[in-house]
Design a protein around this ligand. Structure first.
Ligand SMILES: Cc1cc2nc3c(=O)[nH]c(=O)nc-3n(C[C@H](O)[C@H](O)[C@H](O)COP(=O)(O)OP(=O)(O)OC[C@H]3O[C@@H](n4cnc5c(N)ncnc54)[C@H](O)[C@@H]3O)c2cc1C
Ligand code: SF4
Length: 497
């Protein structure tokens, strides 16, 4: 039986708990807190700060008298003004969870906003022998939740369509699919922009990246419109070129829904259901739908659980002893300082939109940082601050684990390091670049190809026990220009490529 709003405590909603599934009744009283300290503690991308603030204020406006919006420096100061009992759904970061658990009289409810529950993951993890593989977690979740299942079997007789979904880009400049949904800004956005300008002018907070039109949903209605647009027009082409990059088509067939899910505006369960319905009704092919569902209830949920499962010291893992500080041009998103076309384009997109898809994150930005030995914890903060969808829970496993191999192989069995040949195969960047992907020493040497071998050379002893690295390390041993290459890359130092 649903409780009536009068039986319910006021629900404190964090700024990433903004959708209806974070309430127990549509009329439940709400507390929202706008904390200035949150923006002062980190140097966020301007467009990310805008998105979060706009979403919070839109939710307050939408709820009207049902919500109290408190503007304060810290959460503590805001809570001191509240004289009634509160409850809260467990927040998504360790620090925020500690804060609410320490607060006397504040009832903390289980986490929401994911397909699978924390205790279910831990039960699953206890039963595993030989590592916590995402693929096994995902299959179990599909069985338990009955997603894309025909009886006891996976729909179409297969669990995995990765083989169909890893094609290089087409030979056209864009994928030629309908554009993603884009919002229209309103007066709340105008007010947010003015406030951020003022805070910055006062020297109170500083931002990285350029301001620009808002590109992501801030209300439930906008998020549903973005989901509709994706399912109706773009899901049928999702997957096939999922790992490819095109300079003139940054979003290709990607959903661009991560920010809406991470703000809590969309429930990932409804996203998965909509995708499955598209398959069952014959609107989208199974390979696309499975590829998409794998991202949402597979990767997204898995990364969430890894964050909690690995504990508070995970962020400091540094299995490859990478200690280089992030150079200023990288930290400041100074794409104009970079000549290497792939990195220049991707860094420029982050500067201008605070978003790029998965492969530029992993195989351009992450690959570059891994090759150069950037400090993984510092890099995690950089990703967290620069991306519209960045939160602590999602950044730590993706950056420390998946992209930097700093966890020694918990997330990925071998480092995601690769040379220019991979980028050439999976993108159209190399054609317009002043470097050549097949050259590793000299004026035309591709910094990714040279950087790949330099990375192996620096880490050969650490990587030697990993059987999957035997072949690359044998290749390193055969390099005739190894000494010249190492000298060249050491000379490059922290300068932009
Ligand atoms: C180094 C690195 C950093 C990343 N940082 C973030 C981040 O801060 N926030 C974030 O949401 N995702 C992050 N990702 C995962 C992924 O790149 C983004 O979710 C995706 O690019 C968002 O665009 P989209 O919504 O169009 O995704 P799509 O390609 O349409 O994928 C569908 C959805 O799957 C989910 N998803 C897929 N892979 C992952 C993953 N590895 N982790 C979590 N969710 C996933 C997202 O919710 C995404 O919306 C990161 C990946 C890497 C390699
Ligand atoms: S040649 Fe190298 S640096 Fe240039 S775009 Fe290709 S991979 Fe990037």
């Amino acid at each position: 039986m649903t409780s009536s709003p009068t039986d319910l405590r006021r629900r404190w909603l964090f700024a990433d708990q903004l959708g209806p599934h974070f309430l127990d009744h549509p009329d439940q009283p709400v507390l929202l807190v706008e904390s200035r300290a949150v923006f002062r503690r980190r140097r966020f991308h301007r467009q990310k700060a805008h998105l979060v603030l706009s979403a919070l204020r839109h939710r307050a406006a939408e709820l009207g008298d049902q919500a109290v919006l408190l503007r304060a420096d810290t959460y503590g100061e805001a809570l001191a003004q509240v004289g009634e009992p509160l409850d809260v759904c467990a927040p998504t970061s360790r620090a925020a969870l500690g804060l609410v658990e320490r607060r006397p009289g504040l009832e903390v409810l289980p986490h929401r906003g994911f397909v699978t529950a924390r205790p279910d993951f831990e039960r699953w993890a206890t039963a595993q022998r030989g590592g916590l593989l995402m693929e096994n977690f995902y299959r179990t979740a599909r069985r338990v939740h009955g997603v894309l299942m025909d009886g006891d079997d996976p729909a179409g007789g297969r669990w995995n369509f990765d083989h169909e979904n890893r094609e290089p880009p087409p030979r056209t400049p864009t994928l030629d699919v309908p554009e993603p949904w884009l919002p229209q800004e309103d007066e709340i956005d105008a007010e947010v922009r003015q406030d951020l300008d003022r805070w910055e002018a006062d020297g109170d907070v500083t931002f990285v990246g350029r301001d620009g039109p808002r590109r992501f949903a801030v209300t439930r209605d906008e998020a549903v419109a973005a989901l509709d647009r994706f399912v109706d027009h773009r899901l049928p082409t999702f997957g096939r070129h999922e790992d490819a990059m095109l300079a003139a088509d940054p979003w290709m067939s990607h959903s661009m829904l991560s920010a809406a899910m991470n703000l809590g505006l969309l429930d990932p369960r409804e996203v998965v259901e909509r995708a499955e319905d598209a398959y069952r009704s014959g609107h989208a092919p199974l390979a696309s739908v499975e590829g998409y569902v794998r991202q949402v209830m597979g990767w997204r949920d898995y990364v969430w659980h890894v964050y909690w499962h690995t504990g508070p010291t995970y962020k400091q893992s540094n299995a490859l002893a990478a200690r280089a500080p992030l150079p200023t041009w990288f930290r400041e998103l100074d794409a104009d300082a970079v000549e290497a076309r792939c990195l220049r384009e991707v860094l420029g997109q982050v500067r201008d939109t605070a978003w790029v898809h998965h492969i530029p994150r992993l195989m351009v930005l992450g690959n570059w940082a891994l090759q150069r030995g950037y400090d993984p914890a510092e890099l995690t903060d950089w990703f967290h601050e620069c991306f519209v969808d960045g939160y602590e829970w999602v950044m730590q496993p993706n950056v420390v684990g998946m992209s930097q191999h700093a966890d020694g192989g918990f997330m990925a069995t071998k480092p995601y390091a690769s040379g220019g040949a991979y980028i050439k195969r999976m993108s159209d960047y190399c054609g317009g670049c002043r470097y050549r992907p097949d050259v590793r020493v000299g004026e035309d040497a591709c910094p990714f190809s040279a950087g790949y071998w330099w990375f192996l050379d620096r880490n050969r002893e650490r990587l030697a026990p990993n059987r999957r690295m035997a072949q690359p390390l044998a290749g390193l041993g055969r390099l005739r220009d190894r000494e010249a290459l190492v000298e060249q890359e050491e000379l490059r130092g922290a300068s932009p490529p």
